[in-house]
Design a protein around this ligand. Sequence first.
Ligand SMILES: C[S@@+](CC[C@H](N)C(=O)[O-])C[C@H]1O[C@@H](n2cnc3c(N)ncnc32)[C@H](O)[C@@H]1O
Ligand code: SF4
Length: 336
Amino acid sequence: MGLSLLSSKITKKPFPFMVNWAITGNCNLRCKHCYGSYGIVQKGELSLEHVKSCIDEFKKMGTRRITLEGGEPLMHKKIIEIIDHIHSKGIEMSLCTNGILLEKYIEHLEKKVDLIVLSLDGDEKHHNALRGKNNFQKVLNALKIAQSHNIKTLVFSCLVDENIDDVDYLVSLAEEYKTNITFNIAVAKLSGKNKRRSLNRNKDRAYRSAIKKIMDHKKNGAPIYYSNDNYVQAYNWPAFTAETLKEKSNFKTFIPCYAGINYCYIECNGDMYPCYQTVGTLKVKNIVKHGPKEAFQHLSTLDYCRHCYNLTLSELNLQCGLELKSIIKVIKNYIS
Ligand SMILES: C[S@@+](CC[C@H](N)C(=O)[O-])C[C@H]1O[C@@H](n2cnc3c(N)ncnc32)[C@H](O)[C@@H]1O
Ligand code: SF4
């Protein structure tokens, strides 16, 4: 995995080592904190033929991992065929899901999907308040189903004002279920205009103290995924009111960004962005209209932020930057 990245670093030739793909804009939930308007504003989905030919193209470009997300990826009518195709190309695959439809598809996912990322956003009260009635039990059920089919799982918790005090609970839940867990801090809506309600705007201290708790749990051996350096960077972030920065700024714990260099994000209509935080802020190209290669090459010509506190993206940055600990962790997570 590291050789192609190393060669990309030496030759300074970008390539999409990882592709994060919002494969559908449909969704069976309307989560309060969701950065997208999924299921409400219908956006055109790509045809299966287009998806397959783009996967073939990504394979040729050197892509090693595709993460399917959305919307809800299991709502895509051709999700089985898409998963089969990615698998047939020998590309590692993660599926990020709310878990509701997991039971229906589990037989098809077994031995094909390498990692199921399940969104679980707090204790029962807070998770259901954010994601809708009875969904807490449904996601726990999905976790058990994935585990009973021996598929590697990762619980993913998005921290917002409502669940900011649930870190201890979530860590003990992950320990009880013997799964890895990771956290991210919610970002604003992906319109580029930051129109959403005041999410994590005035609670810097509460977010910093949640991150400190996560670091302490990690130090004490809890199954916290993502590198400590990543949490340290978020802890030291100047103020959570600014999600991204163009300049390195004057704080020390800086992780270089590889968005648009070694990974990219694709919207359900095929528009390719460096990462999901840049959606709506750039004039980008489309993987069907222009082809994945041209759409990816175009990213290098754009001027966008070069730094963020986003824990998910910083983890990708650490992996693409060949940070040893994060690479070992990825390998372990996929093979153990
Ligand atoms: C948009 S969802 C798509 C996959 C699937 N529907 C799900 O909920 O897991 C992908 C991930 O983004 C997270 N997410 C949603 N809103 C977010 C926000 N405002 N900031 C950061 N992450 C967010 C979700 O919790 C989920 O883990
Ligand atoms: S977070 Fe996931 S499940 Fe919730 S509305 Fe957004 S896409 Fe749908």
